[in-house]
Design a protein around this ligand. Sequence first.
Ligand SMILES: Nc1ncnc2c1ncn2[C@@H]1O[C@H](COP(=O)(O)OP(=O)(O)OP(=O)(O)O)[C@@H](O)[C@H]1O
Length: 251
Amino acid sequence: MDEAIIGHGLAQRYGKRSVFRDLDVVVSPGVTVLLGPNGAGKTTLLHTIVGLKRPEAGSLHVLGRDVLRRGGLRSVAARIGFLPQVVSHYPGYTVRDSVAYAAWLKGVPERDIATKVDRALGLMSLSGRARSRMGSLSGGLLRRAGIAQAIVHEPELLVLDEPAAGLDPQQRIELRRVLRKVAGSATVLVSTHVVDDARHVADTIIVLDDGAVVFTGTVAGLEGLAMPGVDGDNDLERGYVTALRQTAVRA
Ligand SMILES: Nc1ncnc2c1ncn2[C@@H]1O[C@H](COP(=O)(O)OP(=O)(O)OP(=O)(O)O)[C@@H](O)[C@H]1O
């Protein structure tokens, strides 16, 4: 099975409020950008995929394993990296300690931890901040440290929830470079509500709207949906707005 993620008929709710039902999602190798407006269900879907919120219904295979079966998630957890929307951290830990701790949690052998931490810090341009306390970092630096934690064990599947939030334009460009680099050896799934973030990195775009997948396809495919007269600064934005107006468009 080549696809990193295959979900069928997934359903999630918070109390009485349904976020999605009967949702199908397939994520192939490369970079997949999950786009959608606030409240569309992106975070809930990512939490479902990484095992933080068990779906009420449906089937879910991640990296070839049925993760809803007993022990299924445990068997793939060390092969997944996840950046949550809010990076939790111990303020007194240094950046290096935090990334090393993440490596240890993912089962990286002790003898390899220092090398892998150096690599992750280097990729995120954080080598010069290795001794900074997590509590002293700006929002953008904290997010970069969070990404370093998510990639330190060289996961086969990297899931990032709004990694570009709080990054300045230069850091956003750097982030794209990192995502492309990681995607050379892993499947990357990244959520954002900024349409332009998708343009330079996405092999595939999935648009989620109100708990439904309304588009799956390429950047060019989404641009091709653009209807004249809809809001947007460019064809990608216009295609996105058009997709939000349609139901279940496939490209
Ligand atoms: N813990 C929760 N309890 C109750 N409702 C929740 C909870 N988390 C999310 N929701 C609701 O579920 C829906 C989907 O939320 P979710 O965070 O998955 O969307 P999102 O697309 O990630 O949004 P955003 O871009 O704002 O982060 C929203 O209506 C939200 O209010």
